[in-house]
Ligand binder design. Structure first.
Ligand code: ADP
Length: 439
């Protein structure tokens, strides 16, 4: 980048120098031209007024102004007098621009290459009283030779200015780039001074991304640690009980009891692994979710039917209310969401309690409510219950077959459906969870 800026800076300087020199040449040449024409005009008038063209000894008297070429042209264009060329070789001058102009307007000027002398000439012509035209010419540099004569100065200027521009460019780019490099090195430090305010959005995005990466890596680390910990408990139990049975010292009765424990722990392992696999599936399948038109009420009905036995076991009344409601959603995910919410409402309930599942349509939204009269969630835990492995009462969760992942899965499903979830709960009174789904 530095190199590119340096090269561009050098090119800009070069173009600027060439432009300035070119423009200056045009301006100076124009001034020079006006100056020469003006002096020719003065000479011409002085000559005209001197009256030397009225006698024959013009030659002797003109010696004084040798660097000028004086021509006297007759009204028909033939040459009456010429100071610097052979009259015999000169053609008719009636069509020369300055002569034409002088013949019609009294005075005329021109700058061109002389065919007689093959040089760049400045002409000034004036009509005499007798109809002849007196023309004074001066050899002068053309624009190109004027420009060429400036080349050495141009070369010197370039030689001096280019290195200067390059050095300046180098320092300028360094002063621009250094703070950016400095910032890049400390990009993760909050509240660092931003040198260019134009870079603020860029820095904000990078810092936000950095925070997200750090956070997600922390979550991953925590998750791995939690998973290992969760798996360890049932595995330790399985290993311990099986070792006891293996030793052959246990009674028949104990062996059956231990086998039951092994069975329970392995079932727990399976549920845990299933939930973990489900979560990582939800993590991987980014945004591509197969949606279909579903009747949310029917799904809720199926779920309620399925959980009736579990509800009875917990001495909880499970009822469904509301009306038909079509939504666009993923069937499997919706079944999972319903199951997790309803089973929680049953498991964290009290004997004699109630669970009401309700489905309603509200405008462009479908609203699913699962309300229970259970133990409720303390205020300070309400935010955190959606975190992976977060449980208010670990032993209660475990004893009812919980993994601490149910609500984390629900949260994921809700996000995948661009839905919203609201939780209201009062300890000892009950919990209400509402999922608002776009239709
Ligand atoms: P778990 O498998 O432990 O039930 P969840 O992620 O489903 O895990 O829920 C997380 C925690 O939130 C539970 O352990 C429980 O403490 C609390 N919780 C969830 N639903 C309810 C509810 N309806 N009533 C009271 N507490 C609940």
């Amino acid at each position: 980048m530095k190199k590119r800026i340096n090269v561009q800076f050098a090119i800009i300087s070069l173009v600027a120098i060439l432009f300035t020199v070119g423009f200056a040449t045009i301006v100076y040449y124009d001034m020079f031209r006006k100056e020469v024409i003006q002096s020719l005009k003065t000479y011409t008038h002085v000559l005209k007024n001197s009256g030397i063209f009225e006698n024959d000894s013009v030659d002797d008297q003109l010696a004084v102004i040798d660097e000028l070429r004086v021509t006297l042209v007759n009204a028909d264009g033939t040459i009456a007098f010429e100071s610097n060329a052979d009259i015999g070789k000169m053609d008719n001058h009636s069509q020369r621009p300055e002569i034409l102009q002088a013949a019609s307007e009294g005075e005329g000027a021109a700058v061109r290459r002389s065919t007689t002398r093959d040089k760049n000439m400045f002409y000034y012509a004036v009509r005499l009283d007798n109809g002849q035209i007196l023309r004074v010419a001066k050899e002068a540099e053309s624009m190109i030779s004027f420009w060429l004569s400036m080349l050495p100065f141009l070369a010197i200027t370039l030689l001096c200015l280019l290195p200067l521009c390059m050095v300046l460019g180098h320092f300028l780019t360094r002063s621009i780039i250094n703070p950016i490099e400095d910032m890049a090195q400390h990009i993760d430090e909050e509240g660092q001074k931003i040198v260019y305010k134009e870079m603020q959005p860029f820095i904000d995005t990078i810092q936000q991304q950095h925070r997200d990466i750090v956070k997600s890596s922390q979550i991953r680390q925590e998750f791995t640690a939690n998973v290992s910990h969760e798996l360890k408990t049932p595995l330790t139990a399985i290993s311990g009980y099986s070792e006891l049975i293996e030793s052959g010292i246990t009674t028949q009765e104990d062996s059956v009891r231990f086998a039951k424990e092994i069975h329970k722990s392995s079932k727990r392992l399976l549920t845990l692994i299933n939930d973990i696999i489900r979560l990582s599936e939800l993590d991987i399948t980014e945004d591509i979710v197969q949606m279909e038109l579903l009747n949310l009420y029917e799904l809720a009905e199926k779920c309620v039917d399925m959980l009736q036995i579990s509800a009875e076991k917990h001495e909880v009344t499970l009822i469904l209310g509301g009306s038909q409601c079509m939504i666009r959603a993923n069937r499997e995910m919706m079944e999972e969401l319903l199951y997790n919410l309803c089973s929680n409402a049953i498991r964290y309930n009290v004997p004699g309690g109630r669970v009401v599942v309700n489905v309603v349509r509200r405008g462009e939204e479908g609203i699913l409510t699962v309300e229970d009269t259970g133990i409720g969630i303390p205020e300070e835990d309400q935010e955190r219950v959606f975190e992976r492995f977060y449980r208010v009462d670990k032993s209660r969760s475990k004893s009812t077959g919980g993994t601490g992942l149910g609500l984390a899965i629900v949260k994921h499903i809700v996000a995948k459906h661009q839905a919203r979830i609201e939780l209201t709960s009062k300890e000892g009174k009950g919990t209400r969870i509402r999922v608002i789904l776009p239709r």
